[in-house]
Design a protein around this ligand. Sequence first.
Ligand code: ADP
Length: 586
Amino acid sequence: MRRKGRKKGNKIKKSFNNLKKAFYYARQQKKELILFFIFNLIFCFLGTIAPLLTAKELIALTDGLLIQLLEIALAVLVVEISLNFGRYFSRKYAQIFTREILKKIQLDMAREILRIETSELDKKSSGVFIDRLVKDTSRISDIFLDVTIQTTELFAEVGILIAIFVVSRLFFLYYIIFILIIFFLEKKRVHKFNELDKHYRKSAEATTGFVGELVRGIRDIKVLNAGDSFMAEMNERIIKINEERYEMSQVTRKYSLFVGSVRDLLDFILILLAIYAIKNKLISVANFVIIYMYKGRVFNLLHLFGNFMEWFKDFNLSCSRVFEIIDDTTFKKENFGTEHLNKVKGDFEFKDVYFGYNENKMVLKGVNFKVKHNQTISFVGKSGSGKSTIFSLLARLYPITKGQILIDGHDINELDQETIRGNISIITQNPYIFNMSIRENLTIVKNDLTENEMIKACKLACLHDFIMSLPEGYDTLVGEGGLTLSGGQKQRLAIARAFVQKTQIILFDEATSALDNETQENIQKAIHNLKDHYTVLIIAHRLSTVIDSDQILLVENGKITATGTHEELLESNNTYKNLYNKELKN
Ligand code: ADP
């Protein structure tokens, strides 16, 4: 019992926190909110007197008071037109208010997604982020819109209750009982619906992730002839999601059936009560006409209660899912230090570094090495030995488990994000090229890039001549819907990006796939252009690349087992000698 109470207390605390966080955004749009409330108050005030006038119209009509009827009709006309204006302006400001909130939440969320620890990203499906960024934030802003619009409507309907109270206490009591019965039924419905909605959103985000994978991997799926298995999986997911959606709508349908019938019954009781009250002179016919005119508004009030409960639960669920990402609780964020270096020279040191993607399996088991700035260092070793992991740790994509990484003598954990990421570029085997023009792919890392700087970077990356051979040159669109770049061209564009970024440290993961001789030569030339000006670390898959490196590190099973120049290692290390001989034979 006590545990249940504590659970409920926690839930209330969480809801309150969600509201507080959401209102942080609402507060920033104070102007629109105030304008909205002013127009909505006018709207609500007029909305309360409109039915009163309509009732008077009816009474004047039945009493044959035609002049009075005309006067009231004119007043109704003025009130109704003003109501339309009130509605127009209040909705307009409500819309601007929620649009701005949506924009701010989505931007904050996108920024926070970029800060999430890579290890968290490895574990989660992309759907978790896509659905929350797109669907849940939209739900929050939609509910804000509904709530702002309907809050004043709710006040107006409460005004109706006061009017009923003034006209007849008996019917007021009747309506209150009526409201309470429907309110409890609605509460049950909303609770059931919300529980199902929680599961539904989890399944939906998993499906979004799956669809993302399907789209990204479409070429491989075709080649692997795996279309049928993917279709079977898709079918299963669609069936599951549809079933969950159906369950949710079933809840609404069943309750509508029940609540609708209860309402009809209460409606019938209203007439019985009217017969009794009129017969016993507890109310005049004219006053009952007014009460009867308000019936629709009381129904509307109930409808609003139901909506508010539903929105509150939905709002709470959406906020929890969104703030889980914006806050630092569920999704761990990257933690950088505060030390800032204006210029990094490019000295590195790994001191007895241990690291594992999961705690019980170490991938790096005591890595030690030192790199002097402007040196070119190559890492060689079997696939899976931990070379790429070393690069990821240098770029602080993962925090290390044990040991120390030093950049220019400073512990990587003490340095701020700008110092690390602003001074290191990684050129991966298959670099991510954005679906933009070549120019935009370069300006994305430097907004104020000049034409000369851009051309110089592409020349150094041995890419300029190729770009100039394209009909639209630097404005050629690459990626989806544009020009498809080969692996080698992508790598050279990434090298140009590193030149543009002017990072002092460049980590280069050489492509494993066989590139044609010319491309390979161009990449070699581009790397050569970096030599002695930058600290360059290369994961070499071809030993021809490493020959003129200042130092070669042999990585075996998460450790550096040998260090030296090509000649030194050929002489002293059998593993290296075997690797070299094997490649010569190929
Ligand atoms: P190399 O670059 O030498 O081929 P890696 O550093 O890529 O080796 O991989 C070292 C080990 O770490 C491998 O066993 C690999 O399966 C594992 N590994 C690499 N990346 C991840 C990851 N993101 N999550 C879990 N394990 C990983």
